[in-house]
Design a protein. Structure first.
Lengths: 455, 441
């Protein structure tokens, strides 16, 4: 036998070198962050406009606006735009989140100038026709109806509505049907004029072009964005119902879809490293406690994971899983058991494993141009410092198990979860809720997608 | 117009030149025990993909034991002589890596993506599986439950989740593609421990495996490590089931209405097509791009945008080792009758059968294919899998560099010909998904 050892082979970990991002203030409200890489003749580019949604605006406005911008711009109609893009082999997409508005380009370098020129038309001279608006609104409504067949969509939509109640994050980016029905083309035109057209923006790019060349192209095609984005408006009454199990009855469901979570601090929080490690042990990778318990020990689920829903201003920690309908209660009990167990802290092995995983997996997250572009776009989107990754790695290197375990009882507040279940009512859920000291509330699917939820 | 055409030709030429320059270099050899090895060195990021493709999928299963290949994929994570139950994940996690696997009709693929310094660990883990996997009743019982929940989560509880199962069951009557990789829970429940061991000894052997490694490696060091961990693993001696069943042509349209937990109907049309790698397969693949590759594609432009009769519309050539399927699908908008949408799809198919596509459209199509080639294989895992795929299915890993030529041989006439030859509405499967509320109407 040639195998020298049956033991795990040892190795030495090399330090992580992050891509070098060059930052350039282009003036006129534009910032460029670029990493030159020449392995492929392509350029990834994200144009990011900060977009704090304003309370009172109809949900879905940013989304429908993003869909309409490339439905006709400058001298081109929608088909001509698509045709031009496909001829160049360029991907150009426009999309929105609650925090930002994005125009993303992936193109052969030789077509970058044409692509940015097209982006200019899309951002500066979109047609925003009423007929396109009516068609797009109908398409989104159809899509929302189609999505309402999906248990995980329903669970996520209701969870966000509850956990981010009365904030700009409470609605799905596509909007609630009630708002979509009231939306008019004027809403879209106003939104574009006031929130997109000349708003200061950032560009994050990775590809085989020099920083100075790219800067010239952007300054030439996208000048004059001096208007600052409006400030985020905090809502006064941010009340969360964390004493109720919300149950969406979905006939003939084969599983119960469960989301359980609560608000948490954002990515600027001091104890973020502790949180990341604790979450990793609880429900992060495949070998997490939750997965080992619910999947490998009990066979209730194909998989369960927990993580953070980070936004710029409000964030949540949440776990989600689909479990055998007949074991919904048992699964919830085991989830709560593991959360409670985490309060006592983690073992040396668990700490070291979670820390190693978090640190050593960093190179895997910076492999492709698209990954690097999105990673650094994410910093901009969340208002984080440009050296955030370097600092976070340093914090992780200095983190001790004592720090983690000291924080374990504070990471998740044991009482007070937002719980949403979507499925069939096979078990006596009233009894289950009572045993867990939660109220029980039934919610109709139509109310979830319409946004008709009151607390 | 002349200027535009010249520009297109220039673009086309430059992309082709780049594709040639960006050749993916690799070394390939075979160990004495039959293990195929492919190595690709790319030092741009300090990571490595360690993958093994076993040439066994659901089509190799006994019809009374469907789901075996996929079930076995789960068992392969249960542990080995030197790795405790659940240990695979823990070891890889601690090393900063990720791992997973998937099973298709034709093969099963395992991969680990690791920091580059963990190449030896990855090889040790894969060799443990191949040398002495632990198959016991605890693992089998647990995975029986997990696989049932996987089926519920990924298929039964999803809108239109039975689509593939129904399509393939209707399209194939004798070939093993008539069942899908998830197979039957009942058969998995019925199977004994000895049957699982027999499957392992038959298919999980070096002479049925391709070890494909891509990333930040030194080729000579990698060869030494492969020798160390794999060379003494014995070859398999059992006969592997390689079905040679030829599915006879369909003689008429087969239609099934499925009442599902959905609000919007779905129309699926499935046509038999030749196996992947054949000349006509490439033409049909390009036809798919013409019909549904992007927003200016024919189905999207006409059905979704212009006529607004569909929420979604598209087509997929199901690339398989044996003759597969060409599938079109569409979801009608609210208020649109499925029959009316089916007629619209028929009109688009009829158009590609009747007329040659324009030269402009054809150039765009070729550019799309070219651009896909430039941007694909952007990850080491993707490169490792592509190299293994090309070798396992075609015996030629270098197709990763040259397959583009097969696409570029396709002509406009080919597109018209294959549309007429294969997209025959009298020999197809039509699935109509309807809301359950419509069942009693």
């Amino acid at each position: 036998m040639n195998r020298i050892s049956d033991k795990i082979p040892a190795s030495v970990f090399h330090s992580t070198n992050l891509p070098v991002m060059n930052r350039l203030d282009l003036g006129e409200g534009l910032t460029l962050i670029h990493h030159e890489v020449n392995s492929l003749p392509i350029v990834n580019l994200n144009f990011i406009i900060p977009l704090p949604l304003i309370s009172g605006e109809k949900s879905g406005t940013a989304y429908i606006t993003s869909n309409l911008l490339n439905e006709g711009a400058g001298k081109l109609n929608a088909f001509e735009i698509d045709d031009l893009l496909e001829s160049m082999g360029t991907t150009l997409s426009v999309h929105a989140s609650a925090d930002n508005f994005y125009l993303s380009i992936l193109t052969l370098t030789e077509n970058l100038e044409k692509s940015i020129s097209l982006a200019r038309d899309i951002l500066m001279t979109p047609h925003l026709n009423e007929s396109d608006f009516l068609r797009e609104r109908e398409r989104i409504r159809n899509r929302v109806v189609r999505m309402s067949d999906d248990a995980s969509y329903l669970a996520e939509t209701l969870f966000q509505k509850i956990v981010f109640n009365n904030s700009v994050y409470e609605s799905p980016v596509t909007g609630f049907l009630n708002d979509l029905n009231k939306l008019a083309i004027e809403d879209v035109r106003n939104f574009y004029q006031n929130r997109i057209k000349n708003i200061a923006a950032s560009v994050v790019s990775v590809g085989n072009i020099k920083l100075t060349e790219l800067a010239k192209l952007i300054q030439h095609f996208l000048p004059d964005r001096r208007i600052s984005a409006p400030s985020f408006q905090k809502t006064d009454q941010f009340k969360i119902d964390n004493t109720t199990i919300y149950f969406i009855k979905r006939k003939d469901s084969k599983q119960s879809e469960i989301i359980l979570g609560q608000p948490t601090g954002g990515r600027k929080e001091k104890r973020l490293a502790e949180k990341i490690i604790l979450n990793s042990v609880l429900g992060g990778p495949f070998s997490s406690r939750l997965n080992q318990n619910l999947r490998e020990k009990h066979g209730y689920t194909y998989g369960i994971s927990s993580g953070f829903n980070f936004n710029k201003h409000l964030s949540a920690w949440q776990l989600s899983t689909g479990v055998d309908s007949e074991n919904t209660y048992n699964a919830l009990k085991q989830i709560l058991f593991e959360i409670e167990r985490l309060e006592k802290g983690v073992s040396d092995n668990e700490f070291q494993s979670a820390l190693d995983h978090t640190l050593k997996s960093i190179p895997l997250q910076f492999e492709t141009q698209t990954q690097i572009t999105n990673k650094y776009s994410n910093l901009i989107s969340n208002g984080l410092a440009h050296d955030y990754f370097e600092n976070f790695i340093k914090i992780l290197h200095e983190l001790s198990i004592e720090q983690v375990n000291e924080y374990a009882s504070e990471f998740i507040t044991k009482k007070g979860f937002v719980i949403v279940v979507v499925g069939e009512r096979i078990e006596p859920v009233e009894k289950i809720a009572a045993e867990m000291s939660y109220n029980l509330k039934d919610v109709k699917i139509e109310d979830v997608i319409s946004g008709n939820i009151t607390f | 117009m002349i200027r535009k055409t010249i520009m297109m030709i220039l673009l086309f030429a430059s992309v082709t030149v780049f594709a040639e320059e960006k050749k993916i270099e690799f070394e390939q050899y075979k160990l004495d025990n039959g293990l195929n090895v492919i190595l690709h060195q790319d030092n741009s990021t300090p990571i490595v993909a360690v993958t093994i493709m076993y040439h066994v999928g659901s089509k190799n299963e006994d019809p009374k034991r469907t789901g075996f290949a996929h079930f076995f994929e789960h068992l392969m994570f249960e542990g080995s002589k030197n790795i405790d139950r659940g240990g695979y994940d823990k070891i890889v996690q601690k090393a900063g890596g990720t791992l997973n696997a998937n099973t298709s009709f034709d093969r099963t693929f395992y991969y680990q993506i690791l920091p580059a310094n963990q190449l030896e660990l990855g090889l040790w883990l894969e060799s443990e599986r191949l040398l002495h996997l632990k198959i016991d009743s605890i693992g089998v019982e647990t995975q029986r439950k997990v696989v049932k929940e996987e089926k519920k989560q990924r298929l039964d509880n999803q809108p239109y989740g039975s689509l593939l199962e129904k399509t393939f069951a209707n399209a194939y009557k004798v070939h093993p593609y008539r069942w899908t990789p998830i197979g039957s829970a009942q058969y998995i429940d019925d199977a004994t421990l000895d049957e699982f061991l027999e499957f392992y000894k038959t298919y999980y052997v070096p002479n049925n495996a391709t070890l494909s490694i891509a990333g930040d490696i030194d080729i000579d060091d990698a060869k030494d490590l492969i020798e160390k961990y794999f060379s003494d693993i014995p070859s398999g001696q059992r006969k592997m089931l390689r079905p040679e069943i030829v599915e006879p042509p369909m003689e008429k349209e087969v239609k099934e209405i499925v009442y599902d937990n959905v609000q919007l109907p779905l129309i699926v049309n499935a046509y038999h097509i030749p196996a992947q790698g054949t000349d006509d397969y490439y033409a049909l693949s390009m036809l798919t791009t013409l019909l549904s590759g992007g927003k200016s594609s024919r189905l999207y432009k006409e059905l979704v945008d212009n006529k607004q009769v569909a929420l979604q519309a598209g087509s997929i050539p199901f690339a398989l080792e044996d003759p597969g399927l060409f599938i079109t699908f569409a979801i009608p908008n609210i208020g649109i009758e499925p029959d009316s949408l089916q007629n619209e799809i028929g009109s688009e198919i009829a158009a590609v059968k009747k007329d040659l596509i324009t030269e402009r459209e054809f150039e765009k199509l070729q550019n799309q294919i070219e651009a896909d080639f430039v941007t694909q294989n952007s990850t080491v895992e993707g490169i490792a899998e592509s190299l293994a795929n090309y070798f396992v299915y075609f015996g030629n890993a270098d197709l990763i560099n040259t397959e583009i030529e097969r696409y570029l041989k396709v002509t406009r006439e080919d597109l018209k010909r294959v549309a007429n030859q294969y997209l025959d509405e009298n020999r197809r499967v039509v699935l109509l998904y309807m809301p359950k509320s419509a069942e009693n109407n």
